[in-house]
Design a protein around this ligand. Structure first.
Ligand SMILES: Nc1ncnc2c1ncn2[C@@H]1O[C@H](COP(=O)(O)OP(=O)(O)O)[C@@H](O)[C@H]1O
Ligand SMILES: [Mg+2]
Length: 258
C-alpha cells in the first residue's frame, strides 16, 4: 500500500503543470487571494466553484498574468510566469483563456479570429494557420461560419469560436471563467459538450462554472473557494455528496435547490 502511494506521488510530482504556492493578492484593503496553494497536474480537469466575489476570476487572471500577485509564486511547466515582452505573449498563448463575454475581435471574421494569434505570436505560416483554423472550427461545430463576423453568430457559436481561437495556440492549459454564464439556456449544452470533448481528449483545464452537471461528469477535482481562500478540495463525488465545510454546504444548498 505504501509503495503504491509513493509511486503515485512521484508521478504527480513530475507531472505538475500549474503550481500556485502561497499566493496572496490584495485590491487595496481587500485581501482577494489568501494563501492559495493549488497544483494542477497535466491532463487534470479542475472545476472551481464558490460564491460571487470569492476570487475565482482573480485566481484565473493571475495564472495568465492579467493580474499580478503580491506574494507567493506561480509556475507553469516548472517555469515562473514571465513579467513582460515576448515571454508574456507566449505565456498568454500557452494558457488559453475563455471568458464569460466572448471577447472576439468584432471587425475580423471568425476565420481571422482563429488565424491571428497563430501568425502573430506563434509565427505560423498564413496558409498553415488557416488550415488549422478551419479544422478547429469544424471540431467545435462552426466550420460553416468561418467567413462571417462574430455579431452574425449566436452566443453559443461565438463562445465555441473563442474556444477554437484559444486551441489554435496549442495551449498547455485552458482556463474557462464562467464560459456559459452569458448564454441563453438552449446554447449552454453546445458549449459544455465541446468542453467535455476537450476534457476527454486530455486537455488540462481549470473551469470556473456553476454548471454542476459538468463538474460531476468532467472534473477530476472540485475546488471550493470562499472569501479569497480555498476552503475545500475533493473529487466531485465526495464534494457533492459529502461537503465538509459549512460554507460549502450552504453554497450547495443554494445552488442545487434552485
Ligand atoms: N480590478 C479590481 N479592483 C478592485 N477590486 C476588484 C477587482 N477585481 C475584482 N475585485 C474584487 O475582488 C473580489 C473578487 O472578485 P472576483 O475574483 O471577480 O470574484 P468571483 O469571480 O469569485 O466572483 C470581489 O470583491 C471584487 O469586487
Ligand atoms: Mg468571476
Amino acid at each position: 500500500m505504501t509503495e503504491v502511494s509513493v509511486a503515485k506521488e512521484s508521478v504527480a510530482a513530475t507531472d505538475d503543470l500549474v503550481v500556485l504556492k502561497d499566493v496572496n493578492k490584495h485590491f487595496g484593503a481587500l485581501h482577494v487571494l489568501q494563501d492559495i496553494d493549488l497544483t494542477i497536474a497535466r491532463g487534470e480537469v479542475v472545476v472551481v466553484i464558490g460564491p460571487s466575489g470569492s476570487g475565482k476570476s482573480t485566481l484565473c487572471r493571475t495564472i495568465n498574468r492579467l493580474e499580478t500577485i503580491d506574494s507567493g509564486s506561480i509556475t507553469i511547466d516548472g517555469k515562473p510566469l514571465p513579467a513582460e515582452g515576448k515571454g508574456l505573449a507566449r505565456l498568454r498563448a500557452d494558457v488559453g483563456m475563455v471568458f464569460q463575454s466572448f471577447n472576439l475581435f468584432a471587425h475580423k471574421t471568425v476565420l481571422e479570429n482563429v488565424v491571428l494569434g497563430q501568425v502573430k505570436v506563434r509565427k505560423a505560416d498564413k496558409a498553415k494557420a488557416e488550415e488549422k483554423a478551419r479544422a478547429l472550427l469544424d471540431r467545435v461545430g462552426v466550420g460553416t461560419q468561418a467567413d462571417k463576423y462574430p455579431a452574425q453568430l449566436s452566443g453559443g457559436q461565438q463562445q465555441r469560436v473563442a474556444i477554437a481561437r484559444a486551441l489554435a495556440m496549442d495551449p498547455k492549459v485552458m482556463l474557462f471563467d464562467e464560459p456559459t454564464s452569458a448564454l441563453d439556456p438552449e446554447m449552454i449544452n453546445e458549449v459544455l459538450e465541446v468542453m467535455q470533448q476537450l476534457a476527454r481528449d486530455g486537455m488540462t483545464m481549470i473551469v470556473v462554472t456553476h454548471e454542476m452537471g459538468f463538474a460531476r461528469s468532467a472534473a477530476n477535482r472540485v475546488v471550493f473557494m470562499a472569501d479569497g481562500r480555498i476552503v475545500e478540495e475533493a473529487t466531485p463525488d465526495q464534494f457533492f455528496s459529502n461537503p465538509r465545510s459549512d460554507r460549502a454546504k450552504d453554497f450547495l444548498s443554494k445552488i442545487l435547490h434552485h
